[in-house]
Design a protein around this ligand. Structure first.
Ligand code: C2O
Ligand code: CU
Length: 575
């Protein structure tokens, strides 16, 4: 069983158990004997069965099981100990077992709430709050069922409830506010050799024959393609005509100096209507990248404020095609395009996923190689055929091939977006490339790490803001309350990223490429993979590392930008 299905199975059992005990208790209170016994039996079995799923999860990793072992297991034991024997001896008035069954229901519900609303890491206050809730609910039911709870029981319940609540709402140490130090200023002084101006504004654009309201750079979606050659000094003047919520330019995957990174509130303020900001950086790394606004990035990028950045190593021959995929107003971009290509011409397809979710790309009609991922060339890429690639949100794959005499077509999620002639192939059943096992390995440059961090991704209730929200969390906290990761210049840093949730989180660290060490404890065996965007699927554990060689304060976040907005964003800070 995969970790994701274990997590799902465990959640299902937890729901069954909680609902079964509660329903059984209610049925018993209503003197519906057969129903009460049936529900309670289901609950008992589900509660016992969880022992297997929880143990299995604990064996995969403590992150997946912590609160289940520390909170759910003792509460379940108490539930079984209290309700189980009564159930077996429920010969007389069924109503007499209502309270024990309800107690079990409250215990299992409290444990379930801890998993769903809080997750990892488990804390004493959360455990206490759960116990307090169980005691309080039991006392209340006791009263409603017309027995007399002792004053002492009520007092204990109230005290536990107060203590738990108090602990839970006491703010922890406040993380360093990212903005306190002012914005970084250092910018290279070299004369630019490539100059661009991008003007952001509202626009109406045509997508697949329909008018769509958009936010656009220079009136087009995607924005103008920016190209440079290694060695260029690129200067981009950003103007904002009328985007009320502000605009910036973030060079996704391009490891520019911190001052040029385009994160409002961290490296600059957002550029408001009528304002401008000039970015300048050296194009010292060839490859396929993209740029996008980082101001209200979820809305801004979705509405169209993005474009392609390609840096070429020098003069190139052959055909070089960029395919930035996006969903604008619910319609897919780019429109399908067909061009004639002579046999033998070398072709490079630069695939870019600018959406917030994974896309599946399939190149039909030719052998091809994956030459680069996230701008970095792979070592020894072998020819592939009839194989799909999954590109995470923000990620890029460069596919290369020599044009055959027969037509070739590129499909994105089954839709043909590019072809060199009439071509139609069903690509759904194709296997998917695992980049961790593709290409020629090379020794890992580091054997020891100066810092290690673990990021456990989940969902949870966030009560720190003005309104409570069901946030996307990292280690149980949501932006801006996630403590920053502090490193020193020169450190070799290792991250472990654990996905406890039921959704994919495309992880993206600014300012650095990370080297993939392992996934689910299996070491990467292919070409070294230097990524800036990678999908951490439900239940997965990724280990990546990088050298801290680009000082500043860097966003480190989920590139499902809705998730980032809903809390899944922290910062890497150089001390
Ligand atoms: Cu492309 Cu902070 O993101
Ligand atoms: Cu996410």
């Amino acid at each position: 069983m995969t970790t994701a299905s274990l997590l799902a199975a465990d959640l299902l059992l937890a729901v069954l158990a909680a609902a079964g005990w509660l329903g059984g208790g209610a049925a018993a209170a209503a003197r519906r004997r057969p129903l009460a016994l049936a529900l309670a039996t289901v609950a008992l079995l589900a509660t016992l069965a969880r022992a297997t799923t929880v143990l299995a999860l604990a064996r995969v990793g403590w992150w997946f099981a912590a609160e289940k072992v520390v909170v759910a297991a003792p509460l379940s034991l108490a539930a079984v100990a209290v309700a189980g024997p009564r159930l077996l001896r429920a010969a007389g008035d069924i109503r007499s077992v209502a309270l024990p069954l309800l107690f079990a229901g409250y215990a299992l519900s409290a444990a379930l709430l801890v998993t769903v609303l809080h997750g990892y890491p488990v804390s004493a206050s959360v455990g206490l709050l759960a116990v307090a809730g169980v005691v309080a609910a039991t006392a209340l039911s006791w009263r409603l069922l017309d027995a007399r709870p002792s004053r002492a029981a009520v007092a204990v319940a109230v005290a536990a409830l107060l203590a738990g609540t108090g602990l839970a709402v006491t703010p922890g140490p406040a993380p360093a506010a990212p903005h306190e130090h002012g914005y970084p200023k250092a910018r290279i002084s070299d004369e630019p050799t490539r100059r661009f101006t991008l003007t952001a504004g509202t626009a109406t654009v045509r997508v697949g024959g329909h008018d769509v309201a958009a936010w656009a750079f220079d009136g087009q979606v995607p924005g103008p393609e920016l190209t440079a050659t290694v060695g260029d000094v690129v200067q981009v003047t950003l103007r904002n005509r009328d985007i009320g919520r502000g605009v910036t330019l973030h060079w996704h995957g391009y490891d520019v100096p911190n001052s040029q990174d385009g994160v409002p509130g961290v490296t600059q303020s957002a550029v408001l209507p009528g304002q401008e900001f000039v970015y300048r950086f050296r194009a010292d790394q060839a490859g396929t990248y993209w740029y996008h606004t980082h101001s209200v990035s979820d809305v801004g990028v979705r509405m169209g404020l993005y474009g392609v950045l390609v840096v070429r190593p020098g003069p190139t021959s052959g055909l070089d095609v960029t395919v930035p995929v996006h969903t604008l107003g619910g319609r897919p971009l780019p429109d399908a395009r067909m061009e004639q290509v002579e046999a033998g011409v070398p072709v490079r397809l630069r695939l870019i996923n600018t959406d917030s979710t994974t896309h599946r790309y399939a190149l039909a009609g030719t052998d091809f190689r994956v030459a680069a991922i996230d701008g970095y060339e792979l070592g020894g890429p072998t020819p592939l055929r009839d194989t799909a690639v999954l590109i995470p949100a923000g990620g890029r794959y460069d596919l290369v091939f020599s044009a055959p005499a027969t037509p070739v077509a590129l499909y994105v999620d089954g839709r043909r977006v590019y072809s060199t002639g009439a071509q139609s192939t069903a690509t759904d059943g194709w296997p998917v490339l695992d980049p961790l096992t593709y290409g020629r390995p090379a020794p890992t440059p580091w054997s020891r790490f100066d810092r290690t961090f673990t990021l456990v991704l989940d969902r949870g209730l966030d009560l720190r803001g003005l309104l409570p929200r069901y946030a996307h969390t990292v280690n149980g906290a949501a932006d801006p309350d996630i403590p920053p990761q502090v490193v020193r210049s020169g450190d070799v840093v290792r991250f472990t990223i654990v996905n406890r949730s039921q959704t994919v989180h495309p992880w993206h660290l600014h300012g650095h490429h990370v080297l993939v060490l392992s996934r689910d404890r299996r070491p990467a065996t292919g070409s070294p993979l230097w990524l800036d965007s990678f999908d951490v699927r439900p239940g997965e554990v990724w280990e990546v590392a990088f050298r801290a060689d680009n000082p500043g304060m860097w966003a480190n976040h989920c590139h499902n930008l809705g998730h980032a907005d809903a809390g899944m964003m922290l910062h890497l800070v150089y001390s």
